[in-house]
Design a protein around this ligand. Structure first.
Ligand SMILES: [Mn+2]
Length: 323
């Protein structure tokens, strides 16, 4: 009997799995990928009697594969906070799905485990740009401002590492990053001990510096930012989207990064002060996500203006800028 751990390669996915496996060590086959690679369940060759844990990928995006696994007699444990559609009622499925805008998978696992490895839930929540819930948990742990800031940076760096069109764009394969993180029950130990961490942090700083040098116009209620065609832009887009969203919490933001298919990958952040509408907008263009943060894997160039119009209509912004 085999067990498979299937998880989003971002901070939230890694920190959710890490907490679960600290509490219940399991010899598992790891299945993961870049952040936008969410159709992961179809890669799981489990048979009857096997088991699967799924973390931080939308049930809707994996529905057919999930139903196939359940039909073959595989038991599935599922934690997620993305739009799920109807959750199948099946005795083999234990699903804990909560799509509230202020939660994430690492927080759902924290709740499930009775806060046993809460510092990692703080890291995962910061990674998903949920600073308010992350800070509340950090306070509950008695962490001071410096320690909290260090966990925030760790979450942002783990999240940054997951962005790219393919694993080759990334500093570290998310499966390898998880294995390294998993050697440390304490996030401060990981930050001190693993040389990969300062490497990721330095790369993130360099990418951010280069991208911040690009000038972008500001609209009345939001911004659409187009980054240059470079691997750096693909790596930094998530953390940069969170950065500009945090700097103007009343505004909506869309970040367009040229992709290998000759179009754009779009990251959308609804205003942090009113985190609604991002997923709804992205679904119209073949994307998905959460109410506050969502993305479109591929927007053909010809549809960029249509997207800008829909962005304006969704968030009440005024005009389409030329960046
Ligand atoms: Mn997440």
């Amino acid at each position: 009997m085999k067990h498979y751990d299937v998880f989003n390669g971002d901070a939230d996915g890694i920190c959710a799995l890490h907490q679960l496996r600290l509490a219940a060590p399991t010899d598992a086959v790891l299945v993961t990928g870049v952040k936008s690679d969410v159709a992961l369940l179809e890669r799981v060759p489990a048979a009857g009697g096997d088991s699967v844990t799924v973390l931080d990928i939308s049930l809707d995006a994996n529905r057919a594969a999930l139903l196939g696994l359940l039909a073959r007699g595989v038991t599935v444990q599922y934690f997620d906070h993305h739009g799920s559609g109807a959750v199948p009622a099946h005795p083999g499925l234990d699903a804990r799905i909560d799509t509230a805008a202020d939660t994430c998978t690492a927080l759902l696992v924290d709740r499930h485990l009775g806060s046993r490895h809460r510092a990692w839930a703080v890291v995962g929540a910061f990674g998903d740009n949920l600073a308010a819930p992350a800070r509340a948990l950090a306070r509950a742990l008695g962490l001071g401002p410096e320690q909290t800031a260090a966990l925030q940076e760790l979450g942002e760096c783990l999240n940054y590492n997951a962005y790219g069109d393919t694993v080759a764009d990334l500093l570290a394969d998310p499966a390898e990053l998880y294995r390294r993180v998993h050697r440390h029950a304490d996030p401060f130990d990981f930050m001190r001990a693993d040389p990969l961490y300062p490497r990721i942090r330095t790369a993130r700083d360099e990418d951010l510096r280069a991208v911040c040098a690009v000038k972008h116009p500001t609209l009345a209620n939001g911004r659409i930012v187009i980054l240059p065609d470079a691997a750096r832009s693909r790596r930094v887009r998530g953390i940069y989207a969170n950065r500009i969203a945090g700097a103007a919490p009343g505004q909506a933001h869309a970040l367009a990064v040229p992709n290998a298919r000759g179009g754009y990958t779009i990251s959308v952040r609804a205003p942090l002060e009113n985190p609604h509408g991002a997923a709804q907008l992205c679904r119209r263009f073949g994307g998905d996500g959460r109410a506050g943060a969502a993305s479109i894997p591929h927007l053909p160039c010809a549809r960029l203006e249509e997207f800008a119009g829909a962005f304006e209509a969704a968030f009440g912004t005024s005009s389409f800028p030329q960046a």
